[in-house]
Write a protein that binds this ligand. Structure first.
Ligand code: F6R
Length: 608
């Protein structure tokens, strides 16, 4: 994580660097810093916490200069304070870094033995020391950069500024993304193209193993041995995606409310409204031939994959192996070329998901990517890309990306069912009709439940622990509900398969532990109601999220019952996601937490 930017140009850069950092704050917000060179002086300003702290420092002590680098941090090594904030300076070298230097303690010992004094606890500072050492040894700046890159291991994106060369920035990629922006007599670099959108839409993406030397006149890219490589420039769509909160208090609220419209737009790419058929492009994966599907992702994206597993298995009779990416890649599971692999990621940059993708690729599996950011590394490395078309998701807690992932996975499962002969044309048409109806139902659900959920959230915010239960596709939703609540309200929450309750968690039930039960009136309803009885019998308070039929069929006393319209099973996960998201959102608002940028989190997780 961490966001990095750099500008080498002809006009002052400090303000523009901060402006670019603002669009990268989703990558981390523990501290921020900026450094420039002016009149032979290399200077920096740094501040702990959010970007506005840095802005305050800069307002008091402005930084002139037409070359500079900047950083917004998500702490890995060292607490989030000003000393650990980037840029790090050693002699005439300034550096910003995203990622982890794995051999940093070995290098730190080596440098310390040679007399280096470390002032921070970061792994980044060791890189600056290494560079300074190679410069002292007589290497020129580029040689020192390459020598350093050949010594450090890990996943990193680095940008280096040299005091003695105020028209050059050097950067390198080995893992986390780096985009180079081409301006008029100015060059830019950033962790993504959105950061650079106000400056340019002409972007060159570095690939792993690239080292770039950027001056105001252009960029030259080599590999880490110094051999020139050529990377294409492309026109980025990022500028079109610039966003603001509109009339909403938070991005998360805005993103929850834009779901009906966005899903409708996404569906139009996957569904032919006139014929009632799905139209998925992605010939690289032939569902009629694959013997099973391996799905991997992290966090909320993993939970959408878990819903997808139910769909692929039920509708396409296609076995699915699914795991969180951080486990998937290390399980050494046997894979065969008759399988296909699917990776789900909003950002398309999540390190564990990317590593799992590469593992499957190496094993020769065709790779599909369900991503939001189309220019991301995961999208670029996949054989077939299934964009979720959610637009930029700024709130750190994923909402609209989740439901759009679900919509795309539903279309893929239907496509797979048709290809494998397990769904008839009639069934396809019926399911597509439900999908087409979905945006309208989502819109009415958001209006319907909002007041009730808001007042319920006030009550929920008084509790310390919450349990979520569900069966079938409502089980991943229970997990998602718990994840959403804990990450933004900091209330401890757990999700369980309703049937697992009696195997342990039931011991927790008392009047201080609200139990949120997600149970549409589907095949599992009766069984879930039995689990609710078990909770009620032990004095547990139940918040029941069901539909009209479910509410009529249940006689249990609840703390609250949220009644949604009756909907078909294929769309219920997207519909039930809405009250779950709103409940987490309003509870967090009552708790007074930082809803869009919850503590300790970052939107794009490019470290393992
Ligand atoms: C939770 C959340 C995270 C992400 C996870 C994967 O609200 O947003 O759990 O889902 O970090 O991120 P992506 O989808 O970018 O791979």
């Amino acid at each position: 994580m961490c966001g990095i930017v750099g500008i080498v140009g002809k006009a002052p850069v400090a303000e523009r660097l901060v402006d670019a950092l603002r669009r990268l704050e989703y990558r981390g917000y523990d501290s921020a810093g900026v450094a420039t060179i002016h009149d032979g002086l290399m200077e920096r300003r740094r501040a702990e916490g959010k970007l506005f702290n840095l802005e305050r420092v800069l307002a008091a002590e402005p930084l002139p200069g037409t070359i500079g680098i900047a950083h917004t941090r998500w702490a890995t090594h060292g607490v989030p304070n000003e000393t650990n904030a980037h840029p790090h300076f050693v002699d005439g070298v300034a550096i910003v870094h995203n990622g982890i230097i794995e051999n940093f303690s070995e290098l730190r010992d080596e440098m310390s033995a040679e007399g280096a004094i470390f002032v921070s606890q970061t792994d980044t500072e060791v890189v600056a020391h290494l560079l300074a050492k190679y410069l002292r040894d007589g290497m020129d700046n580029h040689q020192a950069m390459l020598a350093t890159l050949n010594r450090v291991t890990g996943a990193y994106a680095l940008v280096v500024m040299f005091k003695d060369d105020p028209d050059t920035l050097m950067c390198a990629r080995s893992g986390p993304p780096l985009a180079i922006g081409h301006g008029q007599g100015e060059m830019f670099l950033g962790s993504d193209a959105i950061a650079l959108a106000p400056f340019t839409n002409r972007i060159t993406y570095l690939v792993d193993g690239d080292c770039a030397v950027m001056t105001s006149r252009g960029v030259e890219i080599t590999d880490f041995s110094g051999k020139p490589v050529s990377r294409q420039m492309q026109i980025s769509q990022a500028a079109a995606l610039m966003v603001d909160k509109g009339n909403h208090r938070h991005f998360m609220e805005k993103e929850i409310y834009e779901q009906p419209e966005i899903i409708s737009h996404a569906l139009s790419h996957y569904v032919d409204f006139s014929t009632g058929t799905v139209k998925v492009q992605g010939e690289a994966i032939d569902f009629s031939k694959v013997t099973s599907l391996a799905i991997s992702a992290c966090g909320t994206a993993y939970l959408s994959g878990l819903v997808g597993k139910y769909w692929f298995e039920r509708y396409a009779r296609l076995p699915v192996e699914i795991d969180v990416a951080s486990e998937f890649r290390y399980r050494e599971m046997p894979l065969s070329k008759t399988q296909a692999a699917l990776f789900i990621s909003q950002s398309g940059e999540t390190a564990d998901t990317l590593a799992s993708l590469r593992y499957c690729k190496q094993e020769g599996l065709p790779i599909g990517a369900v991503v939001n950011v189309r220019e991301s590394t995961i999208a670029r490395e996949a054989d077939a890309v299934f964009p979720i078309l959610a637009g930029p998701e700024i709130g750190v807690a994923s909402t609209k990306a989740f439901t759009c992932q679900l919509a795309v996975l539903a279309a893929l499962a239907i496509q797979a069912g048709r290809a494998r002969g397990t769904l008839s044309a009639e069934q396809e048409k019926e399911m597509v009709c439900h999908l087409i109806e979905m945006p309208r139902i989502m819109s009415s659900v958001l209006n319907l439940v909002q007041p009730q959920v808001e007042s319920l959230s006030r009550e929920l915010s008084r509790f310390k622990d919450v349990l979520y239960l569900g069966r079938g596709t409502s089980y991943p939703l229970a997990l998602e509900g718990a994840l959403k609540l804990k990450e933004i309200s900091y209330i401890h929450a757990e999700g369980y398969a309703a049937g697992e309750l009696k195997h342990g968690p039931i011991a927790l039930i008392d009047e201080n532990m609200p139990v949120i039960v997600i149970a549409p009136h589907d095949r599992f309803f009766e069984k879930t109601v039995s689990n609710m009885q078990e909770v009620a019998a032990r004095g547990g308070r139940i918040i029941f999220i069901t539909d009209e039929k479910g509410a009529a069929a249940s006689r249990l006393e609840t703390m609250a019952t949220i009644v949604l319209p009756n909907v078909d099973e294929v769309i219920s996960p997207m519909i039930y996601a809405l009250p779950i998201q709103l409940l987490a959102y309003h509870t967090a608002v009552f708790m007074g937490t930082d809803v869009d940028q919850p503590r300790n989190l970052a939107k794009s997780v490019t470290v393992e």
